[in-house]
Design a protein around this ligand. Structure first.
Ligand SMILES: *Cc1c(COP(=O)(O)O)cnc(C)c1O
Length: 422
């Protein structure tokens, strides 16, 4: 397939943008190809500047649960634009969004809109610290919560008490209060609490990890986190930036029947526009300024256009109770077909409309097993799919997203290409 125009754009882009992109994974460095520059997208298909028409399983990394440019959403956005792009003053739609959030996700008693998932998680952590008067937090290796300083960490040599930055430019002092545990490993969490019994403000977790590839929580793991946080007076934060409105209308907390103290959202909640949200128990959220002492603000927070896109998307999902079964069925079909075609060569993890094909024969249930995957093999597979019109994430450690726009024809074609590959 031709990618002459993408190559030209990439050459130009590299001169003026780091890696030629505005977010690193887009540069295709892990798969050794030229990134496709996109011209347009509709439904399940994405078309690049050279005219390559591809079935899209990236879905903008999650927001696209309805597929691209859903006319019901686009209409609301266009109408909102005519009324002004931003006011820096409250609007009725923000009230509707907060009310709808509480209805769909009952733990979100009080919420605040922000403009990205990164902002949502860093703000939720600030509130957790303000509320508990404690400084330390626990996160899990392989879980991603955005790029704020305190969350770009890896376990240090004295992992029970300290972590070290996982990015240049992050002072070691800034990661001092972030402790790193192992996903699906209760003992690692117990040990951190035992070593810091009165210092931990919160545990933040992706209830289904989807940023080391998709890794499901083991039975009882999330229940355990609920129990131990209560036992030590810490808060439980579910980062539902990916799982929210995707695993179920009420997110992973509905799917697994666990009520966190605070939750964060992004991706789907913006319907393709930049939106994030954090919220939870009223008693905690009343600490947020101007009700309380925890400062957090945003010039474009609750932006009228972005809120219109998000509201339209959530209302479509709410009005279509069958959608989550449909998505689950499609993803299940795809997962089964890959398992059958690839046999021992891969491990397929799938839940709802999230899945990952790991190039390993190990069971993938934590960071160590996820990173046992053969990234060179993935790059080869990625290249084959790309050349055959199937657009999947340019990294082994990202999810595949199934949308409501994926048709049986799309799935059949995808399965055929995968069979040809394996
Ligand atoms: C994408 C993501 C974030 C960060 O959201 P941005 O909008 O990219 O800042 C946070 N948490 C999880 C689980 C994510 O997948």
């Amino acid at each position: 397939m031709a990618d002459k125009k993408s190559e030209e754009l990439y050459e130009r882009a590299k001169k003026r943008l780091p890696g030629g992109v505005n977010s690193p994974v887009r540069a295709y460095q892990a798969v050794g190809r030229t990134p496709r520059f996109i011209r347009t997208a509709k439904g399940s298909h994405i078309i690049d500047v050279d005219g390559n028409d591809m079935i899209d399983y990236v879905c903008s990394w999650g927001p696209g649960i309805l597929g691209h440019a859903d006319s019901r959403v686009v209409e609301k956005v266009k109408a909102a634009c005519d009324d002004g792009l931003t006011y820096g003053a409250p609007t009725e739609r923000e009230v509707e969004m907060a009310e709808l959030l509480e209805k769909l996700v009952p733990s979100m008693e009080v919420s605040r809109l922000v403009s990205s998932g990164t902002e949502a998680t860093m703000s939720a952590i600030r509130v957790a610290r303000g509320f508990t008067h404690r400084d330390k937090i626990i996160k899990f290796r392989g879980c991603y919560h955005g790029h704020s300083d305190g969350l770009l960490v890896k376990a240090g040599s004295a992992a029970l008490t300290t972590s070290v930055p996982d990015s240049a430019g992050v002072p070691a002092d800034f990661t001092r209060h972030t402790l790193v545990a192992e996903y699906n490993n209760p003992e690692s969490v117990e040990a951190l609490f035992a070593a810091n019994p009165k210092d931990i403000a919160a545990v933040i977790v992706e209830p289904v990890a989807a940023n080391m590839g998709v890794v499901l929580p083991k039975t009882g793991f999330l229940e355990f986190l609920r129990e131990i946080t209560e036992r030590y007076g810490a808060l439980l934060i579910f980062d539902e930036v990916i799982t929210g409105f995707r695993l179920a209308l009420g997110g992973a907390q509905e799917y697994f029947h666990i009520k966190p103290d605070l939750s964060t959202f992004g991706k789907i909640i913006g319907g393709g526009m930049p939106v994030g949200a954090y919220g939870g128990r009223e008693e905690i959220m009343r600490y947020v300024s101007p009700d309380g002492p925890v400062y957090q603000a945003g010039t474009l927070s609750g932006n009228p256009i972005a809120t219109a896109a998000g509201l339209a998307t959530l209302r479509i999902l709410e009005a279509d109770p069958g959608i989550y079964n449909r998505l689950e069925q499609r993803a299940g079909t795809l997962a089964d077909a890959v398992r059958e075609a690839a046999g021992e060569r891969v491990t397929v993890n799938q839940i709802g409309s999230l899945m990952s094909i790991f190039f390993t024969d190990q069971v993938v249930e934590d960071y160590a097993s996820a990173t046992s995957a053969d990234t060179k093999a993935y790059a080869d597979y990625f290249g084959f799919l790309l050349d055959h019109g199937i657009y999947v994430a340019p990294s082994q450690f990202e999810a595949m997203f199934i949308s409501d726009a994926h048709t049986q024809e799309d799935l059949d074609r995808t399965i055929q290409v995968m069979k040809d590959y394996f």
